[in-house]
Write a protein that binds this ligand. Structure first.
Ligand SMILES: Nc1ncnc2c1ncn2[C@@H]1O[C@H](COP(=O)(O)OP(=O)(O)OP(=O)(O)O)[C@@H](O)[C@H]1O
Ligand SMILES: [Mg+2]
Length: 242
């Protein structure tokens, strides 16, 4: 698009060239470091059900691929065979709130170990539909999970790791519910929650965004998809390619 800043040459990008040889043995720590691929970036999409996350993820993946980046698209809960089985339980099986929180983090632990960390270490970028901000918003904000228990689980499962960029799709719960209803798909255990639940979830997302403004961008999701897409493209370019 004409208003977008020029794309940097691929040689400036912090990624291993496609088909580059695997790192060879090196004799000093500095030389070893120089031979490792640059770590990939981790981008997450967040927001209440129906806010439009999934609709925009493909656009970001396409943008990154067009810039020559090796990208993995994934989702939570899920992203691994075990995680997808846990997702089925989480979305459809009634359970205690703390069971729900622990299963979310159990699926996340598996996802990090089996997929996210290896991809980032190999220089691939990871674009993920929901991560721990969702657990904060839904289980702490929506359901009233004790914050200290959330903090403990987060510190246990991914100490020192947060996404490089999080896009929170912010939308009135009534508008989001109408979008979900219009899909005609059977609602899951979360989508069946009432408006006041999503009001709390939305507020928790905004609270978390307020505490991590450098990482979390709040996107006004009550606009046409093409407008949202252009804003996200601008954010991604500014954040990583300027
Ligand atoms: N900006 C938009 N304006 C109007 N409708 C939209 C917009 N973005 C997405 N939709 C529609 O709203 C519905 C929900 O969108 P989408 O599945 O992307 O939301 P989501 O945030 O991924 O929801 P969930 O959390 O339930 O997966 C879809 O039918 C989609 O086509
Ligand atoms: Mg979705």
């Amino acid at each position: 698009m004409s208003q977008m800043p020029p794309v940097r040459p691929l040689s400036d990008l912090p990624v291993r060239e496609a088909g580059a040889a695997a790192p060879r043995a090196a004799s000093t720590p500095d030389a070893m470091q120089a031979m490792l691929p640059a770590r990939g970036r981790f981008i997450t999409f967040e927001g209440i059900d129906g806010a439009g996350k999934s609709s925009q993820i493909a656009a970001v993946v396409e943008l990154l691929q067009a810039l020559g980046i090796d990208v993995e698209q994934t989702r939570e809960p899920g992203g691994t065979a075990l995680g997808e089985r846990l997702r089925e339980l989480l979305l459809h099986e009634p359970m205690h709130l703390e069971t729900e929180a622990m299963l979310m983090f159990a699926a996340r632990r598996e996802h990090l170990a089996a997929r996210i960390e290896p991809a980032l270490a190999a220089g691939r970028w990871v674009v993920c539909d929901r991560f721990s901000d969702a657990t904060f918003a839904y289980q702490v904000g929506g359901r009233g999970l004790d914050r200290g228990k959330f903090d403990a689980l987060e510190a246990w499962v991914h100490p020192g790791l947060q996404p490089d960029l999080t896009l929170v799709f912010d939308l009135d719960p009534g508008v989001a519910a109408a979008r979900v209803a219009a899909t005609g798909v059977d609602p899951d255990r979360f989508e069946r929650e009432q408006r006041d639940f999503f009001v709390r979830v939305r507020a928790a997302y905004l609270e978390r965004a307020g505490r991590a403004p450098a990482r979390i961008c709040v996107i006004d999701a009550d606009r046409p998809p093409a407008v949202i897409r252009a804003e996200i493209e601008r954010i991604v370019r500014e954040r990583f390619f300027q």
